[in-house]
Design a protein around this ligand. Structure first.
Ligand code: PLP
Length: 352
């Protein structure tokens, strides 16, 4: 989870103070303002990932986005990588789907095995070591072989430029709370040519245009997939977060995180720690002298907040026989001083 800029917090507050209405329902001016703000947030968020507003459904995060596809699409098998987040695995297990586990992104396996009616559901950037997967190539293979493709972009959209058009995926899932947006926000991009293949996860008011006692006319994607009163304050806040990131520029965000990562890796070089980092922005470590939990507490007492454990990628840790790691997750607000302090405190812990 990222920190939130003042502008995002103000935007959320503005909803409650200035236009606390329902969108798309009432005719009064407050509700009209809410509808307009929601529409604007959808337009901004869609444009941020190079999509059209008609291709972007708001969700509570990546988990809901993946669940929507996993439960609303007909497919035979699902192909996932060994670094899949639990949110990109558990739902397939619960549904009893046939899961094909790949060690990394196995292009040869995809070429020979992935077929019509299958779903490729892979992550772009790993949340445990920052490893980046060639999703463009993978989506091209899926497309050529008649399979659906879904990208878990929870860890990439907040940290680098991202274009759904360039990637060529059918579905893309992401979370707002990792990209300076409010908790409980996110999105699912669904390309126009697969929207009719998808059924909603939930049904209800706001998502239908008419109903009788027997039947109802459901709206199309995305509104038809967003029944019930939505997280309006959150989604308008997400629009503000996107605006904030766009003003800075995602190339700049990515460059900044790369510089910080290099500095961090250099600082850790001579320490008695195991380092797991295959990209930028995410550096996981473990050490013999302290468990990941103890190290996280040690750092917390020094005002450094890190995630510890298996980072919702339990199978990967089991495979590698690693108990867990402490993860430094960097974003645009981190500085060189933060990195140096982190290294200094890890050094102290490693020689205790
Ligand atoms: C790669 C990845 N996928 C999925 C998720 C789940 O996201 P959320 O909890 O926002 O639904 C996360 C969050 O930690 C993640 O890092």
């Amino acid at each position: 989870m990222s920190l939130r800029p003042e502008k995002v917090i103000q935007k959320v507050e503005q909803y409650y103070r200035e236009y606390p209405g329902c969108s798309g329902r009432s005719a009064h001016s407050i509700s009209e303002k809410t509808s307009k703000e929601l529409e604007e947030a959808r337009r901004k968020t869609a444009s941020f990932i190079d999509a059209s507003p008609e291709e972007l459904m708001f969700t509570s995060g990546t988990t809901e986005a993946i669940n929507t596809v996993a439960q609303g699409l007909e497919f035979d098998r699902v192909f996932v990588t060994d670094r899949a987040h639990n949110s990109n695995r558990a739902v397939f297990q619960e549904l009893g789907k046939e899961i094909v586990n790949m060690e990394g992104l196995d292009v040869e396996l995809l070429k020979s095995e992935l077929g019509e009616g299958d779903l490729l559901s892979i992550l772009h950037v790993s949340n445990l070591d920052g490893k980046v997967f060639d999703i463009k190539k993978a989506c091209r293979i899926a497309d050529e072989q008649g399979a659906y493709s879904m990208i878990d972009a929870a860890q990439s959209i907040p940290h680098r430029p991202f274009s759904v058009k360039e990637v060529g995926a059918d579905f893309v899932a992401f979370s707002g709370h990792k990209m300076l947006g409010p908790s409980g926000t996110g999105g699912l991009y669904a390309s126009e040519n697969v929207q009719d293949d998808l059924s909603p996860l939930k049904y209800g008011g706001g998502a239908i245009s008419d109903a009788t006692v027997h039947d109802n006319d459901r709206k199309k994607f995305p509104e038809g997939f967003e029944p019930g009163l939505q997280n309006l304050a959150g989604f308008t806040g997400l629009g503000a977060a996107v605006e904030y990131l766009e003003k800075i520029g995602m190339e700049k965000v990515q460059r900044h995180e790369k510089e910080l990562t290099e500095r961090l890796l250099e600082g850790l070089e001579d320490l008695e720690v195991d380092v797991y980092c295959e990209g930028t922005g995410i550096v996981s470590i473990s050490m013999d002298s302290m468990s990941h939990g103890e190290l996280a507490h040690f750092l917390d007492r020094r005002d450094i907040k890190v995630r510890s454990g298996q980072h919702c990628v339990h199978p990967w840790f089991k495979n590698k026989d690693v108990d867990g790691t402490v993860r430094a997750s960097l974003h645009l607000y981190n500085s060189c001083e933060d990195i140096d302090r982190f290294v200094e405190e890890v050094k102290k812990a490693s020689i205790l």
